[in-house]
Design a protein around this ligand. Structure first.
Ligand code: SF4
Length: 424
């Protein structure tokens, strides 16, 4: 049961129960079990470890009352904006647009981090809470509310930054990109690396590690899971999703994928998560996909997860693939897309999405070959297997590219969205 403290300056609610199912809805939804401090000017929310996770301003200068800040486990602040309701849902499949503090490929969004109110929360949330709770004499040190405040203040910006460094240490390096389908769980995932690097080292790619593909041994995976369990701490109850990294987990042998998926499910105790159902995300390459057998996918389908696999196809046009420096033939891309469609039809709990590049500097056959493929392969099956379009150039919001995207989206027979590259 939530516990409440209230006076005329401060309201503290412990153990609030947010939504326990990820949903797409046009008003702000808060997930998981969290605690809240509300003052005249602000609302701050904290996870089960008493670490700040969300905040917003309450006065009239705050951009929009339904917009808020979220802090990730990687210690990034993200500003969720409505985008003025101008096509955000149509563009990204979500009602709120994540504005990121680092360079990304988003075509939409403003510059919210330049707003004084937003900057104020990011830089001063700790001293604001410190001041208001010290001024508030109604709390005494034996009180559970004071204990909560003490723990909140212990989790200072410095400590939270150190914790994100620990996460990077466990993973070996920062998770530079999350699969686009992770939007279905608001990117609330636990990253377990089962492999490093990737097969292709494509020229156009900005997230690659430039390291050849290699596998991580089972005992190291178990060690990661143990350390991640400690790091996520009590808040693990608010998680129901694992991301098997790094850039091509699908290229790992099936028994390693099964091992990591099963161990994650049991060690993170997803069965008893506050959040309903469990999800597994991974990236895969065209070759990894083509090398998997029906038996492999039959095995994956037995896992207690909804499995989202994201494959980077980039283009059906050979000239474009060469232009991008992606060492693939268009024949393989077509073969992979047919397989993606068949898997999406066959398995209820496996969904494969694909990425294509968009940009006005691409060779002219890029778009025509893309539509030809979709029209041919998706005539009878249209409701699963999102297509994500990723602008080639980063930090180049562009009206022309948005028009182009809308044109593609209207013509595309399958759900098509912009892929905003987000890290952990
Ligand atoms: S697009 Fe994928 S396969 Fe190509 S370099 Fe980037 S991570 Fe590696």
């Amino acid at each position: 049961m939530p516990q409440l403290f209230k006076n005329d300056k401060l309201k503290i609610t412990l153990n609030k129960k947010g939504y326990n199912r990820y949903t797409k809805i046009s008003f702000p939804v808060k997930y998981g079990i969290y605690s809240e401090i509300e003052t005249k000017d602000y609302i701050f929310q904290f996870n089960a470890n008493n670490e700040i996770i969300r905040a917003k301003g309450k006065n009239y200068t705050w951009i929009n009352p339904s917009e808020w800040l979220k802090r990730t486990i990687g210690n990034d602040w993200i500003y969720y904006s409505t985008g003025g309701y101008t096509g955000v849902f149509e563009s990204i499949g979500e009602y709120y647009l994540p504005n990121l503090q680092y360079p990304t490929n988003s075509l939409i969004g403003g510059k919210p981090f330049k707003e004084p109110d937003i900057n104020n929360i990011i830089t001063k949330w700790h001293s604001i809470i410190d001041k208001i709770t010290k001024e508030n004499k109604l709390l005494n040190h034996s009180d559970k509310f004071q204990t909560f405040i003490d723990k909140v203040l212990e989790n200072s910006p410095k400590r939270l930054s150190e914790k994100s460094e620990q996460l990077i240490k466990i993973s070996g390096r920062r998770v530079s990109v999350l699969p686009p389908d992770a939007r279905h769980v608001d990117y609330d995932i636990i990253p377990v690396n089962i492999s490093k690097g990737c097969l292709y080292n494509c020229k156009f790619c900005r997230v690659k590690t430039e390291e050849p593909f290699s596998l991580i041994k089972k005992d190291e995976i178990l060690n990661q899971i143990k350390e991640l369990k400690n790091l996520y701490g009590k808040d693990i109850v608010n998680y129901n999703s694992v991301f098997l990294g790094e850039h091509d987990a699908l290229n790992a042998p099936s028994d390693l994928i099964m091992f990591a998926a099963e161990q994650s499910y049991s060690q993170f105790d997803f069965k008893h998560s506050y959040m309903e159902s469990s999800n597994l995300f991974m990236f895969g390459s065209v070759d990894a996909l083509l090398n998997k057998s029906t038996d492999d996918f039959d095995k994956f389908a037995t896992l207690p997860y909804h499995i989202y696999i994201n494959i980077g196809l980039e283009s059906v046009d050979q000239e474009t693939l060469d232009f991008l420096g992606k060492p693939l033939t268009s024949r393989k891309v077509i073969e992979a897309y047919k397989l993606i469609r068949n898997i999406n039809i066959k398995y209820d709990n496996i969904e494969i999405s694909s990425n294509f590049i968009m940009d006005d500097i691409l060779p002219k056959n890029h778009y025509s070959s893309f539509f030809k493929l979709l029209e041919k392969e998706c005539r009878l099956f249209k409701n699963k297997g999102d297509i994500y379009l990723s602008p080639l150039r980063i930090n180049k919001p562009s009206r022309e590219e948005i028009f182009k995207f809308n044109e593609i989206k209207i013509k595309s027979p399958v759900p098509t969205f912009l892929y905003i590259i987000q890290r952990l």
